[in-house]
Write a protein that binds this ligand. Sequence first.
Ligand code: PMP
Length: 431
Amino acid sequence: MNNSEFIQRKEAATPRGVGVMCRFHIDRAQNAELWDVEGNRYLDFAAGIAVLNTGHRHPRVINAVREQLDRFMHTCYQVVPYASYVELAETLNARVPGDFDKKTALFSTGAEAVENAIKVARAATGRPAVIAFGGSFHGRTMMGMALTGKVAPYKLGFGPFPSEVFHAPFPSASAGVSTDDALAAIHALFKMDVDPQRVAAIIFEPVQGEGGFNPAPADFVRGLRAICDQYGILLIADEVQTGFARTGKLLAMEHHDVCADITTMAKSLAGGFPLSAVTGRKDLMDAAAPGGLGGTYAGNPLAVAAALAVIRVIDEERLCERAIVLGDRLKAHLHALRETVPQLIDVRGPGAMIAAEFSDPQTRKPDAAFVKRVQTLALERGLILLTCGVNANVIRFLFPLTIGDAQFAEGIENLVDVMREAATQRQALVV
Ligand code: PMP
């Protein structure tokens, strides 16, 4: 089936709600490269939306999964358990920030981890309410949508959502929201909408992912911790997108001097296999009654084998350090572009969780059209880029951290070329 036949069949057979970015379909992939069925080659700077920090088909991940395939594929952990689940729980208990005893439960998707973190927080506190942030993304399940701080497209037509969810603004220099503004908004919620004694948890992303790669400032994270401590509220760090070396640390909360009580993880945890985890304070994690947590596929043995291999690869290949090296290189190129690309107003993010934000030089309004143009031109040259941001005016970079120097340089060269081209085209239109 060639690419155009594929598009026709896809459109006839699958709903438009499952939006698809590329108009080609994949044949095979290796590390940071993929090839479509017509033999075209692409550099993958999207990595399945932050899932492939260890690249496509890392040989050690393949071997671990292959060995597991030869032993057993599924039992349902709640029926017949396996040691690898416990080994991964022990590893995450030791590696998730927080100098306290922890326990871990495994699930399949990021949204499911978020759902279960909220279940645990409610069971442990006996309180109903949850506070989340504008621009956040926490998944497409009902609670995930309720928590997500962006209506279109995620919530359109899908309500009503679970109640007792409140939103405060997230700090963002480009949106003009300071740490003080954001913390004051939480206190305002306590005055206007919800008694803090009824709040079970505050959930936040250490770096907002879909919302625009906005890092939570250190004083904001400290402020959240102080509010939680004052009112007996639990702090949940959603590390689904930030986790597993992307920010230059195994988990992004390692950049902070305070800890979350509960952490959600997924995506790059298992290098492409569906696996998520909730790690939290031991006493909290034990609040749910036996049978209250889990799922038929939760902690699938193939995915768990992959995750144990992924964590070993991150350690042995020093991918946290590599994230910083690659991120610094990319940032230097982006900063150098600011002279020729006046639309580029901000370059930000820790480690390799880098974003470039664009606005119209004349109106200074977010320039989603420019970003779309860069993304399209890049794809024509074989570079897969993702956008993000509440105004869709941000390009985010999610290349595998295992990418080789030559391919990284090639990707950057293409990026620089298409940004310049898009800026020149825009200039020509204005003149
Ligand atoms: N939380 C965050 C921070 C995410 O970035 C995402 C996915 N983009 C999710 C939750 C939901 O994960 P999933 O798509 O695996 O359900």
